[in-house]
Ligand binder design. Structure first.
Ligand code: F6R
Length: 609
């Protein structure tokens, strides 16, 4: 995700800001910028592209001073560009801000501010904060910031500068990390520890709602109600490499644990806070927009393709529109029956996968309308498609996709609900039931992620198996395919996924005493059938690890080991059920000592055919 740095002290601020931003480069970004107080005003320098671009620009137009803020941006609202890069200021750079996260009510705020005469230059949600500060300015920096925070909704880490207070930075956070680095005669702000550990290892870790007033000499922290907070100094003893991974051993594990937030952020874009109605402003479909669609074609590669398989169940069962899911590299070469009555959805984390891009171009050439679900603003696929829905996973560094997958599934479920409501196939009660359970997903993910001891033990016990099979029926079959891919790509164990009912048509011949079988049992409509399939493999002395709901009393009866997930709607279950599979793959890879984040022969972005 984006990175924030800030400095106030006796040294050259820009020098630290560039140093700190460079330490955050590993997180991925598309533009960078700094703001410094110099000659009675706040000067902003920002550039699209790498920090090298910003550094070159700073050589042409230097900024000097002892206080400043900086940012690396990963686009969410508005494409990567100089003007959309942070910092953002009001028309006079009276207030200047950097922001990580999403301001959910920015459209309403922007409209109000425009009506009052504020002129916006960027497409970002962040710019409203600077204008709002100016609009609500009381002459007291802290009071103004508190008024602004009472007005904005969403998730954020924010750092503010105010031209009238040239020795003070203010920062705050909600659902996004922010720390203060404590120095001698200088203090630092950062969204992540790597940015500051070369300068100090003593930090304050801000909690949600806390506001820090930072000067060179002191850091004062207050809580939401304005009461002083007695912060404890947290001494960071991580190495620089551990700090990049937020203390996790691998990026993959970090990204698995980032899923509750990534999911919450993705939902926040498409579920109205007040009415809990599902919406897609970027699509703005009316009933007639769906009337001409005879078929939906979903095409993607790898994990994104698996998200597409899950979406087939969603769209067909919720919106009752036929869906075909195709591997992108196959689609192009099969003389597909695509025409103007086909609606093509492509899914891609990177937005750069060459096969997916080519499939999209082919579908468009044949007359289909298109929509991209991607995690990367301004990517080739985002630009090529007629419309785009962005997932809010933030940059994914580990080659094995985790949070990108779950956010794709979330976006696709919301899209199916949106379609079902527009074409009248989804009842209001069913929409409510799905949304209610979706909103509980982040918390339920936390529950799963907190209880991993059994998964570690299974991974130790079965991590040296030669073959592992994943079985499931209905949507669980699609989830089984993703679990199998995760295991094989990072642990190098041979793994296959099968529809439960398909075993007896061939694969059962491979099941012998001791073969580990991961069985998903989250779909009540096919539960009894699934238990029959489990009995088929148990009779051959396979070791069955079952994944089912916590309130399913039969699970223990049929499987050797049970992994339980919180009860949820059948369409929401794939999002929860994949978490133990990701963790199982991760811990199996640890058992085998493989290179988890960079598995052999694989690349994060596949830009060749
Ligand atoms: C597996 C994985 C890959 C990608 C695939 C498509 O964990 O990450 O299978 O899903 O290469 O990549 P994107 O989504 O970038 O198009």
């Amino acid at each position: 995700m984006c990175g924030i740095v800030g400095y106030v002290g006796f040294q050259d601020a820009a020098e630290f800001l560039i140093e700190g931003l460079t330490k955050l480069e590993y997180r991925g970004y598309d533009s960078a910028g700094v703001a410094c107080y110099t000659d009675d005003r706040i000067e902003i320098r920002k550039k699209v592209g790498g920090i090298a671009n910003l550094t070159a620009y700073l050589q042409e137009r230097p900024v000097h001073g002892h206080i400043g803020i900086g940012h690396t941006r990963w686009a969410t609202h508005g494409r990567p560009s100089d003007v959309n890069a942070h910092p953002h200021g009001d028309e006079h750079n009276h207030y200047v801000v950097v922001h990580n996260g999403i301001i959910e009510n920015f459209m309403e705020l922007k409209r109000d501010l425009q009506a009052k005469g504020h002129v916006f230059v960027s497409e970002t949600d962040t710019e409203v904060i600077a204008h709002l500060c100016e609009e609500l300015d009381t002459g007291d920096f802290l009071e103004t910031v508190r008024k602004v925070l009472a007005t904005v909704e969403g998730s954020y880490a924010l750092a503010f500068m105010n031209r009238d207070f040239p020795d003070t930075l203010i920062c705050t956070k909600k659902d996004n990390p922010l720390i203060i680095g404590l120095g001698e005669g200088e203090n630092f702000i950062a969204s992540d520890i790597p940015a500051i550990i070369a300068r100090t290892r003593d930090t304050y870790i801000l909690n949600d709602g806390e506001i820090a007033v930072v000067t060179a000499a002191a850091v004062r922290v207050i809580d939401r109600e304005g009461r002083p907070v007695d912060k404890k100094v947290h001494h960071v003893d991580w190495s620089a490499a551990a700090a990049e991974k937020g203390g996790y051993e691998h990026f993959m594990l970090k990204e698995i644990y980032e899923q509750p937030k990534a999911i919450r952020d993705t939902m926040a874009m498409h579920i109205r806070r007040d009415t809990q109605e599902v919406y897609f402003d970027e699509l703005g479909w009316r009933p007639e927009d769906l009337q001409g669609i005879r078929k939906i074609l979903i095409t993607a590669c790898g994990t994104a393709y698996h998200a597409g398989l899950v979406a087939k169940y969603y769209i067909e069962q919720i919106a009752r529109i036929p869906v075909e899911v195709d591997i992108a590299s196959e689609y192009r070469y099969r003389e597909p029956l695509t025409d103007a009555a086909t609606f093509c959805i492509v899914i891609s984390q990177s937005g750069e996968t060459s096969d997916t891009l080519a499939a999209l171009k082919e579908a468009k050439r044949l007359g289909a309308r298109s929509l991209a679900i991607t995690n990367t603003v301004g990517s080739s696929i985002a630009r090529e498609a007629d419309a785009v829905v962005y997932t809010m996973a933030g940059p994914e560094i580990s080659v094995a996709s985790t949070k990108a997958y779950t956010t794709q599934v979330i976006a696709l479920l919301l899209l199916a609900v949106y379609m079902g409501r527009i074409n009248g196939k989804l009842s209001h009660a069913e929409e409510e039931a799905i949304v209610r359970d979706l909103l509980a997903v982040p918390e339920k993910c936390h529950q799963i992620l907190e209880d991993v001891d059994d998964l570690k033990t299974f991974a130790k016990n079965y991590g040296f198996a030669e073959d592992v099979f994943f079985i499931g029926r209905s949507i669980d079959y699609a989830v089984a395919m993703e679990g199998s891919l995760k295991l094989k790509e990072i642990s190098y164990i041979h793994a296959e996924a099968y529809a439960g009912g398909e075993l007896k048509h061939g694969t059962l011949a491979l099941v012998v005493s001791g073969t580990p079988i991961i069985a998903l049992v989250t779909q009540d409509a096919v539960k009894e059938k699934m238990y029959s399939n489990i009995q088929e493999v148990s009779a051959r002395e396979a070791i069955v690890i079952g994944i089912g709901f916590e309130d399913d009393p039969e699970l223990d009866h049929f499987v050797r080991h049970a992994i339980r997930i919180p009860r949820t709607h059948r369409f929401v279950a794939p999002i929860l059920a994949v978490l133990p599979l990701q963790l199982l793959a991760y811990y199996a890879a640890i058992t085998r000592g493989t290179d988890v984040d960079k598995p052999r022969n694989l690349a994060k972005s596949v830009t060749v055919e």
